[in-house]
Write a protein that binds this ligand. Structure first.
Ligand code: ATP
Ligand code: MG
Ligand code: FE
Length: 340
């Protein structure tokens, strides 16, 4: 089966073509980062309008790159939530209309399911069951994953997501939007430990996270009268160390609690080099397996949505053919069911 995947939950228009026998055939992403940068964050109305402009050319380009005609498609999957309502509506309206016109089924996909299945696109994919550490711009969750659609929430952040904490802290240190990757770059020039930041909830005894206090601690530190480049780099390094230390400790605790030995990391913060380094060290010591998505599939993309839809169709999901749809800007992942 050849499945087209459409992603438009936030500020990336993503399209992918996934073949359930041959794997990913092609994918394309158009990021709106440059457009939103001058506002210091994503402007929802601008995001929706840009998805409208980009989606058709991007689908054409991706189908051509996949060597696949629209008539050869067997289904369309699209992100139906969670995300920005207006942005989601563009992808949903396009996908449903396209599928309806072709007489093939459309399948609404949960954005986070796409993220957490994305490591399956790599050359050395994980096998079920595993613990997933989902660390993105809007979410920080640990999940027990026993199969497609079988997700049990083990713990999550009580306030900011890890990516959000990276972005907000970057802003405090004076870095441009989007700050996460910029903060990580600055951190590589600094030394952790020169500033002292807390490790929030490290010893809370559960699998919950909290990152908003860290941002406040950084704010206090940045009140110092003058700031050299080296000091900012040291603060960035300490911040990154604090976040990654907590993420690694809680991921290990989740493996221990579930008795599983495979960890899957997904979401934009999964691109962080220091996080990968620390996880790899720990995994080698304890003989655990850690899987990451390829860098291109850490942040939002259409490939992961095509993959999730492909696995669901292959698992027996029938999708819908009446062209009707609704998006879910808020949608708990735990509500999902396996395909039947
Ligand atoms: P969600 O998927 O929860 O709706 P999102 O789609 O905005 O949110 P992603 O695209 O998965 O999130 O990830 C974007 C986040 O990842 C941003 O907060 C960004 O700063 C962060 N990020 C990206 N690269 C890095 C990095 N190297 N180090 C730390 N954070 C990073
Ligand atoms: Mg984005
Ligand atoms: Fe995302």
């Amino acid at each position: 089966m050849q499945i087209l995947g459409i992603e438009s939950s936030c500020d990336e228009t993503g399209v992918g073509v996934y073949d359930t026998e041959r794997g990913l055939l092609a994918h394309r992403v158009h990021s709106q980062i440059a457009m939103h940068a001058e506002y210091g964050g994503v402007v929802p109305e601008l995001a929706s309008r840009d998805h409208v402009r980009r989606i058709v050319p991007l689908v054409r380009e991706t189908l051509a790159a996949a060597g696949c005609s629209a008539g050869a498609l067997d289904g369309v999957g699209y992100t139906a939530g969670p995300g920005l309502a207006g942005a989601l509506l563009v992808g949903a309206a396009f996908a449903e209309a396209f599928a309806f016109g072709l007489g093939i089924p459309a399948l609404p996909i949960h954005h986070l399911e796409g993220h957490l299945l994305s490591p399956l696109l790599s050359s050395d994919p994980p096998t079920f069951p595993f613990v997933a550490l989902l660390v993105s711009g809007g979410h920080t969750q640990l999940m027990k994953v026993t199969g497609v659609g079988a997700y049990e929430l083990l713990g999550e952040t009580v306030d900011d997501a890890a990516g959000e904490a990276f972005d907000k802290t970057a802003k405090l240190i004076g870095l441009d939007y989007p700050g996460g990757p910029a903060l990580a770059r600055l951190a590589s020039e600094g030394v952790a430990g020169r500033f002292k930041l807390p490790r929030p909830m490290l010893h809370s005894g559960d699998l919950q996270f909290s990152f908003s206090g860290l941002k406040t601690a950084v704010l206090t530190a940045t009140k110092a009268p003058s700031w050299s480049h080296d000091q900012r780099a040291d603060l960035a390094a300490e911040f990154q160390e604090a976040v990654t230390e907590v993420l690694v400790a809680k991921a290990l605790a989740a493996l221990k609690e579930t008795g599983l030995r495979t960890l899957v990391v997904a979401g934009g913060v999964g691109a962080n080099r220091r996080l990968r380094e620390r996880l790899d060290e720990t995994a080698a010591r304890r003989r655990l397996r850690v899987h990451y998505p390829e860098l291109a599939f850490c942040s939002d993309n259409g490939a992961m949505i095509a993959l999730a839809a492909g696995l669901r169709f292959a698992g027996g999901a029938t999708g819908q053919t009446d062209g009707r749809f609704a998006v879910r800007p808020r949608w708990p992942l735990g509500e999902l069911q396996p395909p039947r």
